[in-house]
Structure formats: structure tokens, C-alpha cells
Design a protein. Structure first.
Length: 492
């Protein structure tokens, strides 16, 4: 019988459903995270351009994106709260023993959450009610609070990867906690900046993708061009930066978590002149099938020399390393992430070259098809990054200090499977509602622009900005054309 089968047989029955439940809720929540972390910054960039150039189109886009921020935040509250409860309900061993050490990160995230809720409300309410400059200045703390929330979560996760800032007493419990060391662990810097830039480029590609689809459907007005250009430019600038940061974090994993690196690169035995496998499957006997084998490359990438020694999975006992299946999952996730990142670099270069040579947006339909797919592809890359991080750390929940099996709840496995089913149904409803609301908002905005254009052919559909009097419209409601005419401020 294979070693992995023995390990599975020794695991508590609750382990698999608890991990599946946590994985599903985290994978669902992370779809919203790029918009929560980076969309406020992208919106404020558009807001600034609108104020500086007195551009009604830019201001209208910023106002509409602020509504998306509010809707996304409302749904993120639900999914994020579920995750918070799951830490205590599914992993009481983790929180009971180690909560005093790394829990400060969750505290920081909670404060950031409340601040962000207040600031979003003020920013959304301020359109047409505050002076333009005052309104913009009140929105500036929004990206800071979003980054602060990411700071808290990444501090907790990086601690789980490279725990420090404590001593163990005779019973194995942590004492003498040093908060600063617990927050600023060796993996915190690489993880945090890699994550933040990933959120920025992902949100940029997601937003730009909406307008790329509009371009493909024939909507070539300034509203769609500007709605595409600003977020795509931000994402395109961030993409090569992210590629460099990705290489840096991979080297940090190589030095600080060598067994995780071995899993991500499916390296079985410690050796030099190690080949690189693009995809491929690791078997329990250490053999690799499928994939593309490139001699020497893994050693060269790890230390810029083919003679670099790469630690293998067999450097630690079988119960202290990922199984062959887990290593394969981490490896595939890592390769997909790198592949998507490489494709996005090429797309950003395409965009940059056209702009430098012609000072205009690309005209190729293939470019906009690629841009429309870039948002989804970047979300896939984010998901794969978390999979590589979490699966590659197995079987540890706190690296080299506590195993996942030791932290799991004692609740019956049947109950956990039922909880998973309920959560899936609820999340389908929640995300379906989110999609429905966003589509309804899009339809309402499009109809408003079309009606304004028909009433005022001399004005572009986006001429009505969010500050000052609205462009007057003829008497009648938006549907029948009957009723009183609105006043200067848009109210009847």
C-alpha cells in the first residue's frame, strides 16, 4: 500500500470535509477580493482625471464604479464573515493554541473592514452633495483601508508559512509573544506585495474586460474608450512588476520553505542539476509522467546556476511533506499561475508598443478578445496562487509546528458535509444575486445614456456629470415621455 494511502487512513474523518468547506468558501471569496482591494484606487484615479480635466465622462465612470464598489463590499461582507467563523468552527486547535500569536492580523483586518464600510458610505453619498475637491479628498483613505485589510490577512497567512515571534513552554504552548516579529515574518514582505500587485492587475483587467466586450460589440464612444484605457493601463503597468515579484517570492519559498518549493516543482530527491517540469504528474515512487521536461532549468531558476542544490520531498519523513497528489496539485496550480502571468505580460507589451508607436489604443479585434479574457484569466491565476500556497504547505497548518489534522474540529464529518452542501446553495444564491444586480445596473446605465442621447443629440450620452446641474431633459418619465420636466438639479 502506498504511503499516501496510509496517511489518508490515519487522518480524522472530519479532515476532508473541513478542508473542502474551507477551500470552497475561500475560493469563492477571493473572486471578490481584487475589486475590494484595488477597485477603489482605480476609481479614484478616474475621479482625479475627471476633476483635473473637467471631464464629465471620467467623473461619470468614477461615480458608477463607486456603486459597484458598494455592491461588491456588501457581498464581500457575507463571504468574509463566513470565513471568519470557519477559522474558529473548523480549526479550533489552531485558534485555541496559536490565536494569541497571529490573531493580531485578524484584528487589524476587522478594524480596516469597519473603516472601509464608513468610507464607502461617505464616498457614495458625496456625489452631488459635497464640493468636488472635498468629495475626492474624503475618498483618498479608501485604498489605504483596503491595503490595511490585506495587510492583516497576509500577516496571518505569512505567519502560518514562516511562524516566529514566540517561545514554547514545557507543554508545547506558545509564550513570550513578540507581536512585531509575529507580524513581520520572513514571508510577509514577499507575500504582501505579490498579493497587492496581483489584486491591482486583476481588478484592472476585470474592469477593462467589460469595456473590451463593449468595444467588440461596436460601442466605440469615448465613454467605452476611457472606461477601457484607464484600468487596462494600470493593469498593464502592474503586470511586469508582478512578474518580478513572483520570481522574488518563489526564491523566498526556495530558501524559507524548501519542502513547499519541492512540491511546487515536483522535486523528489535533493540534488543539483535538477530539471524543470512544465506540468507533469508526480507518482508515490518519485517518478514523473507527462509534462515537458527541461534539463537543468529548475536548479538554474532557483540559484542562477545549474549546480544549485534543490531540496527534495524525501528530505523529510513522509508524514511531514505533501503527498504525491498534493504536490501535483500545487505544481499544476503554480504552472498555471506562471503561464497566465506570462500571457498577460505579452498582452501588456502589445498594448504598450501600440501606444508608444501610434499614441492610440490598439485596433485589433484579437487584442480586445484577449483583453476580454484577461480578467477571467487573472482571477484563475489568483486562485492558483492560493492553491499553490496552501496545498504546498501540507500537512502543516502552522509550518513545522502544528499539522492540519491536529487543528481540525471534532464535529461529526456528516455534519460538515451537510454544512458544505448548505454553503454551496447559499453561495450560488448570493453570487447569482450579485451578478443580477450588476447586470441590472449596467442595463439601467445604458438605457439612461441612450435616452439622454436621443433627447440631446448635440450632447454625448455621457455629458451629464455627477457634479453641478444635470443636462436638462424634456418633460416625461424615462419610459412613457409624459409627466413634469425635471429642474436643473435633475429632480422634478
Amino acid at each position: 500500500m502506498h504511503t499516501s494511502v496510509h496517511l489518508l487512513a490515519d487522518a480524522p474523518a472530519q479532515l476532508l470535509p473541513a478542508r473542502e468547506l474551507m477551500a470552497f468558501t475561500l475560493a469563492s471569496h477571493i473572486i471578490l477580493v481584487p475589486l475590494g482591494v484595488a477597485l477603489p484606487l482605480i476609481t479614484l484615479v478616474m475621479h482625479y482625471l475627471g476633476l483635473r480635466r473637467n471631464d464629465a465622462t471620467a467623473l461619470l465612470l468614477a461615480r458608477r464604479w463607486s456603486a459597484v464598489i458598494a455592491v461588491q463590499f456588501a457581498v464581500g461582507v457575507v463571504t468574509g464573515t463566513v470565513l471568519s467563523f470557519e477559522f474558529g468552527l473548523l480549526w479550533p486547535g489552531l485558534m485555541g493554541r496559536w490565536g494569541d500569536v497571529f490573531g493580531i492580523g485578524f484584528g487589524v483586518e476587522a478594524w480596516a473592514f469597519f473603516l472601509e464600510a464608513v468610507l464607502i458610505a461617505i464616498y457614495l453619498y458625496g456625489w452631488r452633495r459635497l464640493k468636488p475637491r472635498t468629495h475626492f479628498l474624503l475618498g483618498l483613505p479608501l485604498p489605504i483601508t483596503a491595503l490595511l485589510g490585506a495587510f492583516g490577512i497576509l500577516a496571518a497567512n505569512s505567519w502560518m508559512n514562516t511562524p516566529q515571534g514566540f517561545s514554547l513552554n514545557a507543554d508545547g504552548d506558545p509564550v513570550d509573544v513578540d507581536v512585531w516579529k509575529a507580524i513581520f515574518t520572513p514571508m510577509f514582505g514577499p507575500q504582501y506585495w505579490h498579493f497587492v500587485v496581483a489584486m491591482l492587475l486583476t481588478a484592472g483587467y476585470m474592469v477593462a474586460g467589460v469595456y473590451a466586450v463593449g468595444w467588440l460589440r461596436g460601442r466605440r464612444d469615448r465613454y467605452h474608450r476611457l472606461g477601457f484605457a484607464v484600468p487596462f493601463t494600470i493593469a498593464a503597468v502592474a503586470t511586469p512588476v508582478q512578474f518580478v515579484l513572483g520570481d522574488a517570492i518563489a526564491r523566498s519559498v526556495f530558501h524559507k520553505q524548501p519542502v513547499k518549493f519541492a512540491a511546487m516543482e515536483i522535486v523528489w530527491k535533493t540534488d543539483t542539476r535538477v530539471p524543470e517540469y512544465i506540468f507533469g504528474r508526480l507518482h508515490p515512487d518519485g517518478s514523473v509522467s507527462g509534462g515537458i521536461k527541461i534539463p537543468l532549468l529548475d536548479s538554474f531558476l532557483a540559484g542562477f546556476s545549474p549546480n544549485t542544490k534543490v531540496v527534495g520531498l524525501t528530505s523529510v519523513p513522509a508524514d511531514e511533506r505533501p503527498t504525491a497528489t498534493q504536490a501535483t496539485i500545487a505544481h499544476w496550480a503554480f504552472d498555471i499561475m506562471v503561464g497566465v502571468g506570462s500571457a498577460l505580460v505579452l498582452l501588456a507589451l502589445w498594448y504598450g508598443l501600440v501606444w508608444l508607436r501610434h499614441r492610440r489604443l490598439p485596433a485589433s479585434r484579437w487584442f480586445y478578445r484577449s483583453a476580454a479574457c484577461a480578467g477571467v484569466a487573472s482571477v484563475v491565476a489568483v486562485e492558483c496562487g492560493w492553491i499553490a500556497t496552501e496545498v504546498g504547505r501540507q500537512p502543516w497548518i502552522v509550518y513545522q509546528n502544528m499539522k492540519v489534522a491536529e487543528a481540525v474540529t471534532s464535529t461529526r464529518s456528516t455534519t460538515l458535509w451537510i454544512m458544505l452542501g448548505v454553503v454551496i446553495v447559499v453561495y450560488l444564491f448570493v453570487f447569482g444575486s450579485l451578478l443580477g444586480v450588476l447586470l441590472k445596473m449596467r442595463t439601467r446605465w445604458r438605457l439612461a445614456d441612450e435616452q439622454q442621447a436621443s433627447w440631446h443629440p448635440a450632447h454625448a450620452p455621457e455629458a451629464d456629470g455627477p457634479y453641478g446641474p444635470r443636462v436638462p431633459v424634456p418633460g416625461g418619465d424615462a419610459t412613457t415621455g409624459s409627466g413634469p420636466a425635471p429642474s436643473e438639479n435633475g429632480r422634478p
